[in-house]
Design a protein around this ligand. Structure first.
Ligand SMILES: Nc1ncnc2c1ncn2[C@@H]1O[C@H](COP(=O)(O)OP(=O)(O)OP(=O)(O)O)[C@@H](O)[C@H]1O
Ligand SMILES: [Mg+2]
Length: 257
């Protein structure tokens, strides 16, 4: 369980997150949505233990600010919104960075399996600098997966825009990885922008605006014309596509809302 109570985050002397409350169960995919600058990455970074915060963030039995780095490393993998690799590592070396110190299992096997999961096994010996943007994104996901390869209850994936740079086929693959991880009993919290893909993958949605949570719950509770139009300040309409999945169509330029 991930439980957040009265969470406040200040950055650069400014209050970025205000008094957030949410409870996210393990075994599910929870998707954080909201406009640019609404605080999604800040929320994910606070949960990941990367930012000072007020209030409480409890992941399993740990209060995040009090947890040791090795305890967090065993508990959760974090995919940042962007990651720069400063050294000329190969793809396999980058994934190996995700393996925790002290893991005795077949490390080479995990590196290979994590790369195979994102269909990048044939690139293992290539320098990461030579990859395309989407290939690089999948390698970083493999690195995060390798860190907590076996999943299961008590493990978590925190992913900031894991499908943003991918084509539709690879988007579906990564969403399948998220679902499969949740099915092991692990928790997945992912920031996403695409409302239609989010409805496909999310058990729960957390919708943010200006540092606050404005709606949360099952997709059917969050995906409403009025809520989305207000949050995104943009006219949208939510429709149902068979077999009963919501989809969101932006209204044409200039169309009345
Ligand atoms: N270090 C910082 N100092 C001051 N303000 C910051 C800092 N980091 C982020 N912010 C501000 O906090 C707000 C939330 O940023 P955040 O990165 O969490 O947004 P986001 O919802 O992830 O947006 P996007 O969809 O564009 O990734 C923004 O207004 C941003 O400018
Ligand atoms: Mg962000």
């Amino acid at each position: 369980m991930l439980t957040i109570e009265n969470l406040t985050v200040d950055l650069g002397g400014q209050n970025i997150l205000h008094d957030l409350n949410m409870a996210v169960p393990a075994g599910q995919v929870s998707v954080i949505l909201g406009p640019n600058g609404s605080g999604k990455s800040t929320l994910l970074r606070a949960i990941a233990g990367e930012l000072p915060y007020g209030g409480s963030i409890r992941l399993e039995q740990h209060e995040i600010r009090a947890a040791k780095a090795w305890e967090l490393a065993a508990l959760r993998g974090v995919l940042p919104q962007s990651t720069a690799v400063a050294f000329p590592f190969t793809v396999a070396e980058v994934v190996r960075l995700g393996l925790r110190a002290g893991v005795n299992a077949d490390q080479a096997g995990i590196v290979h399996a994590a790369l195979a999961e994102v269909r990048m096994q044939d690139f293992a010996d290539r320098p990461v600098q030579d990859l395309s943007g989407g290939q690089m994104a999948r390698v970083h996901l493999a690195r995060v997966r390798a860190q907590i390869w076996h999943g299961g209850p008590g493990t978590w994936l925190f992913l900031d825009e894991p499908v943003a740079s991918l084509d539709i086929g690879h988007q579906l693959e990564v969403m399948q990885i998220m679902r499969a991880f949740a099915q092991t009993g692990g928790g997945v919290v992912a920031v996403m922008h695409d409302l239609n893909l989010s409805t496909m993958v999310a058990d729960r949605m957390i919708l943010m605006k200006q540092g606050k949570i404005v709606a949360q719950g099952a997709p059917g509770q969050v995906m409403h014309d009025r809520i989305l139009t207000e949050v995104y300040d943009c006219p949208v309409r939510v429709a149902q596509a068979p077999p009963d999945r919501a989809w969101v169509l932006p209204q044409a330029f200039g169309a009345a809302s």
